[in-house]
Ligand binder design. Structure first.
Ligand code: SF4
Ligand code: SF4
Ligand code: FES
Length: 575
């Protein structure tokens, strides 16, 4: 008989929180237990994915242990539960785990008085420049001072002046006066980015955050320190002073700059993207994302953006309507037979676009179809070497060959002059190593893309399409997780969603195809491809669905969070 898999059942401990006895798995942080019980404890230095230094003291609570009777057994109260011996002084709850019989009060008068005291100390040297602070609207100091701040100041001395506007690195600016010395940024650099670059200098009121001598905060994860800084001390040099955060519309999406597919929130206003910030997904990116992916959105507003469909007439590209552009493309394809046509697709296309591309190839009987690989240096944190976000989708849907064999065939056929028609979907054929001479000689060269490139001027027709933040659709990341893109902004000019362009091409080539919405494309795909069976775009959800077993992008750092944080703490304490 095969061994049955062993299931480890966590040991539960009884904890009294604000008078109510509850059970939590052994090893749960007390601050997390309180939150799970519905009692949020204010905190500054604690971050669940980092070690707990316990230095801000904002999470003070009252704590007690079971009262022991003369028989060394917990003495029971009238309700039959252990009585608690409360400690006279408050304790922090971010660096303590739950334990059997522990009692906690998170809202007693003593606790509230302590929090007011901590707030008063934290604000002693704070410049209180909320009206001009970039963090306003998402600042923990602002939030907690509403509940625990004083109306007036008792501080008569001069505030300590600290450095302002310090360029800690190329992407991060520091306002030291606002820093509350929580050390989250220091710990992030050390524990997650593996770049021990920040530290405190000087003592007491003069303690100041700075980069180590001769060092700059320039690692590829530096902007995560801005996300986790609970106050406005660290700001993004790119986003600083551009937009008040309460004006931003937030759209859940994911980064398409590499195969990891870090989950994001895209902050937009009036169809302009202002920032991307990481969204927690423990199966993909934990709470982090790299700077390269985070800042890679400006190209959507680039001046090279293709804004209207173009067709070649009298040896020049001329603007036209969408219906004429589609008609022209189909008319130019018709005289050629399948072996004279090649399709260069892209690993940046969504599954829905790749599915329709596959249909287009089938309708033309084209076998020379592949995607162009795109690689760059990866790291062991998040960044994947594969810079195409949907290589797995292209392989699963049969558009990409496993080993790039079809791409070599396309190159050889183009070089030999066999190919008369090249359809380039979001790719630049020069990336294959071809020169523009090859393209000049092609009778038909169709381009569907977002931005113009050196080859666009040679096209027979140009079909302007959408960028990642302008479309809906799905992709499969390097780890085989199916994730959903959501539209954050409208497309520019007359550009159209790629799936609509492909649908119209197919329609013009083959007649009606019953596709009216992107959901119809997904339905067709899920009926034909077993891996997608039972799924819909809405069922993918905000955190995605594990679809394939592959392992091409790094594991999210610090996951599973609890275990890794504990391991790091043990390492630190043994040093
Ligand atoms: S800069 Fe921000 S994250 Fe860093 S120690 Fe100061 S308050 Fe904490
Ligand atoms: S690691 Fe990849 S997916 Fe994540 S933010 Fe960077 S480029 Fe984007
Ligand atoms: S959150 Fe507990 S001491 Fe800072």
């Amino acid at each position: 008989m095969p061994d049955s898999p062993s299931i480890s059942v966590p040991q539960l401990v009884n904890v009294q929180i604000n008078g109510l006895w509850l059970q939590f798995p052994k090893g749960t942080r007390l601050i997390e237990a309180c939150e799970q019980a519905g009692h949020f404890v204010p905190r500054y230095c604690y971050h669940k994915k980092l070690t707990s230094p316990g230095n801000c003291r904002m999470c003070l609570i009252e704590m007690g242990m079971p009262k022991m009777g003369p028989d060394r057994k917990p003495s029971l109260g009238a309700d039959g539960k252990p009585e608690i011996n409360w400690m006279p002084r408050p304790q922090i709850c971010c660096a303590t785990d739950v334990s059997e019989g522990l009692g906690v009060r998170t809202n007693s008068p003593l606790v509230e008085e302590c929090r007011r005291g901590v707030m008063e100390f934290l604000l002693i040297n704070h410049p209180l420049d909320c009206p001009i602070c970039d963090q306003a609207g998402e600042c923990r100091l602002q939030e907690f001072s509403i509940e625990y701040g004083r109306q007036d100041s008792r501080f008569l001395e001069n505030k300590v002046k600290k450095p302002k506007n310090v360029e800690l690195g190329p992407r991060v600016t520091l306002d030291d006066e606002r820093c509350i010395l929580c050390s989250r940024c220091i710990r992030f650099c050390e524990e997650i980015a593996k770049d021990d670059v920040l530290g405190f200098i000087d003592r007491g009121s003069y303690s100041t955050l700075t980069a180590h001598p001769g060092r700059r905060l320039e690692n590829n994860y530096s902007l995560n320190t801005v996300d986790i800084c609970p106050v406005g001390a660290l700001t993004s040099s790119d986003f600083r002073f551009k937009m008040r955060v309460w004006f931003l519309k937030e759209t859940k999406s994911f980064c398409t700059s590499c195969a990891t597919g870090c989950n994001t929130i895209i902050g937009t206003r009036e169809d302009t993207i202002y920032r991307q910030t990481p969204r927690e997904n423990d199966a993909v990116n934990s709470c982090w994302m790299c700077d390269y992916g985070r800042l890679n959105f400006d190209y959507l507003q680039n001046e090279r953006r293709l804004l209207e469909p173009l067709v070649r007439e009298e040896n020049a590209l001329k603007p036209t309507t969408w219906s004429r552009a589609i008609e022209t493309v189909v008319a130019r394809l018709k005289p050629f037979v399948s072996w004279q046509i090649a399709i260069l697709a892209s690993g940046r296309m969504t599954n829905e676009e790749l599915w329709l591309t596959g249909q287009l190839a089938r309708s033309l009987d084209v076998t020379l179809i592949d995607i162009v690989p795109r690689t760059g240096p990866g790291d062991d944190i998040l960044l994947s070497e594969d810079r195409n976000p949907n290589t797995n989708g292209a392989r699963l849907l049969g558009v990409a060959s496993k080993d790039g064999a079809r791409l070599r065939q396309i190159y050889d056929a183009l070089a030999a002059g066999q190919i008369q028609v090249l359809i380039s979907l979001g790719e630049n054929p020069l990336r294959l190593g071809l020169t523009t001479d090859f393209l000049e000689r092609l009778p038909v060269y169709i381009v569907m893309d977002l931005l113009s490139n050196e080859t666009t001027d040679l096209a027979s027709a140009v079909l302007p399409s959408f960028g990642f933040a302008e479309k809906r659709g799905s992709m499969i990341n390097g780890k085989g997780r199916l994730q959903r893109l959501n539209r954050a902004v409208r497309g520019q000019g007359q550009s159209r969603d790629d799936w609509e362009i492909l649908r119209d091409l197919l329609h013009a080539l083959t007649g009606g195809n019953g596709i009216y919405t992107i959901e119809d494309v997904f339905r067709q795909m899920s009926e034909a491809v077993p891996e997608f069976n039972g799924l819909t775009l809405s069922r993918i959800g905000d955190l995605g669905v594990q679809l394939l077993q592959t392992d091409r992008s790094p594991n999210p750092p610090g996951e599973p969070a609890e275990i890794k944080v504990r391991e790091r703490e043990k390492e630190k304490h043994s040093q």
